[in-house]
Design a protein around this ligand. Structure first.
Ligand code: S3P
Length: 431
């Protein structure tokens, strides 16, 4: 069979102890802040997914010495003003985080740069980054008024950033914060609802004074981060596939070790608990400024709930797999306030709905969400399509574990963007 598709069939339960790869967001930030820090940053347990390799490559292109050795990265920081002009276009691949955070950082450098991505990323909106940064002195040009990649960046003088964001986006917040580090005064950034705060946590751990009050962050420009030894916890967004899998596949019991449970990321845990999941957190602890735990999940019946408001950004990457959980829950689950799902690696409302409908699930789409109604069993799938979206591909692989008929999932190579080793873990846990 073509290696970009897979046939999977029903499972009798997942059992055992697993660890998932390192957190994607924390790995990106380790590389970015380690590169502009003073001193040598060591990053243990970094994610070697393709998205993160793009960020590493971008900084190598700007003269940063980054050595990859097993599961450890060593980054020789060049300080706030030590990056060099890259002599080619930076390629962000499929990685929205690389593209958007880099646009923030590049906008404040004294050299020219250009950035592009794969065919999916070239469709994703960049106006949310380009428009506010331009107000504060950044100079972009690019396709469709620099709202789509490729985008080039000319040297700009960034004035202190005082900005009220109209979307809860950690990518936007972090891009503004990166540019703000190079402004010449106090930066004040407010978001409508709290998005993941790894940027704030890492900067603080690196000695940068960043104040967080409610949904506002305040910090002075010109502070150089200090190098840090970082232990990256397992990515809760990867663990989410196994949390839902062990819940919906009868006869399962999984222990997922060393998972980051930062309060701004643990929406999946709260949502699954509200739906009736049998899930416990053990051995909770702090690692490099982040909350970490081992998660024990056993199969259980689920009940539909309404999901909306402040929990949405805390579970923003989990909605494909939450939709599958909802498809197995009694009643109709309603997801609202989640229009951001339309502009992820794919339009996740459309791609989730189309695939789950093929499996017999009833789904009503809304511009900002969906209503998902349980079917007795998932059945009757033709080929399922990831549309190049890693999280859709993994959700479908889990759906196949509970479907009555075997499923073929197309276009699965994209899983490597965030979860290398996904199939090995799945195989090792099947009874
Ligand atoms: C990320 C932020 C989220 C998330 C993405 C990673 C980050 O995007 O979807 O996978 O690392 O900052 P938004 O902040 O734009 O919602």
């Amino acid at each position: 069979m073509n290696k970009n598709k897979i046939a999977l069939s029903k499972s009798n339960g997942l059992r055992g102890e697993i660890t998932v790869p390192g957190d994607k967001s924390i790995t990106h930030r380790s590389v970015i802040f380690g590169s502009i820090a003073d001193g040598v940053t060591r990053v243990k347990g970094y994610l070697s997914g393709e998205d993160n390799l793009r960020t590493i490559n971008a900084f190598q292109m700007m003269g940063v010495d980054i050595v990859i050795d097993g599961d450890e990265l060593t980054i020789k920081g060049v300080g706030l003003n030590g990056l060099k002009e890259p002599d080619d276009v930076i390629y962000a691949g499929n990685s929205g985080t690389t593209a958007r955070l880099m646009l923030g950082l590049l906008s404040a450098q004294n050299f020219f740069s250009a950035l592009t991505g794969d065919k999916y990323l070239r469709r994703r909106p960049m106006k949310r980054i380009v428009a506010p940064l331009s107000q504060f002195g950044a100079k972009f040009s690019g396709r469709k008024g620099a709202t789509l990649l490729p985008i080039s960046v000319s040297p700009g003088e960034i004035s202190p950033i005082k900005y009220d964001m109209n979307i809860a986006s950690a990518q936007l917040k972090s891009a503004l914060m990166l540019a703000g580090l190079y402004s010449n005064g106090e930066n004040i950034i407010t978001e409508p609802s709290l998005s993941r705060d790894h940027t704030e946590n890492m900067l603080r751990a690196m000695g940068v004074a960043v104040k967080s009050e409610g949904t506002t962050v305040t910090f002075d420009a010109g502070q150089t981060p200090r190098a840090l030894d970082i232990n990256v916890p397992g990515d809760i967004s990867s663990a989410a596939f196994f949390i839902v899998a062990a819940t919906i596949i009868k006869g399962s019991e999984l222990m997922i070790k060393n998972v980051g449970i930062n309060p701004t990321r643990r929406g999946i845990i709260d949502i699954m608990l509200s739906m009736g999941a049998d899930l416990t957190l053990e051995n909770t602890r702090k690692e490099s400024g982040e909350d970490v735990a081992d998660i024990v999940v056993r199969s259980s019946d689920l009940t539909a709930i309404d999901i909306g408001g402040d929990v949405i950004p805390k579970a923003i990457d989990e909605f494909p797999i939450i939709a599958l959980a909802a498809a197995m829950a009694k009643g109709t689950t309603v997801v609202r306030d989640a229009a951001e799902l339309r502009v992820k690696e794919s339009d996740r409302i459309a791609t989730t709905a189309e695939n789950l409908r093929k499996l017999g699930v009833e789904i009503v789409e809304h511009e900002d969400g969906m209503e998902i109604t349980r079917t007795k069993q998932l059945t009757g799938c033709g080929d399922l399509e990831s549309y190049g979206d890693h999280r859709i591909a993994m959700m479908l692989c889990i759906a196949a574990q509970v479907a009555e008929t075997p499923c073929v999932i197309n276009d699965i190579e994209c899983i490597n963007t965030s979860f290398p080793g996904f199939f090995e873990i799945l195989k090792s846990t099947r009874k």
